[in-house]
Design a protein around this ligand. Sequence first.
Ligand code: ZN
Length: 141
Amino acid sequence: MALNEKQIAFLKDHIQAERERLLNSFQVDEEKFQLQSEDRADDVDQASAEYERSQMLRFRNRDLFYAKKLLHALEKIEQGEYGMCEECGEDIRFERLKARPTAELCIACKDEAERAESNNFQAKQSKSLGKQVNLAKDLNA
Ligand SMILES: [Zn+2]
């Protein structure tokens, strides 16, 4: 069953709120980092500032990826394509979208993709690859 107007409006609000929350957090991070840079003069502090900066960027990359997915979802709403599985074209259930408004696959295709991913993972497992795969999984979830 396709989404009705009310459900789409609900999800759109939700997506826009998520985006705003993310954009605000980017702003806060930036301000925080600038304050820290001004405070720190010696080398040790410099190094730990660098470290914090790189940690922050790592989280930010993840958030940016999510922000992009949110934008993509909004575009699909505009184009009337939102809520359709990108793999098989079936409707994605409202309950699923409510929990994960950036979902691009229906449950069946998602399960299929995860199974393929975990087979792939087992085939060429290594410590560093394992981390990447887990991260990719978080992002796609
Ligand atoms: Zn599907």
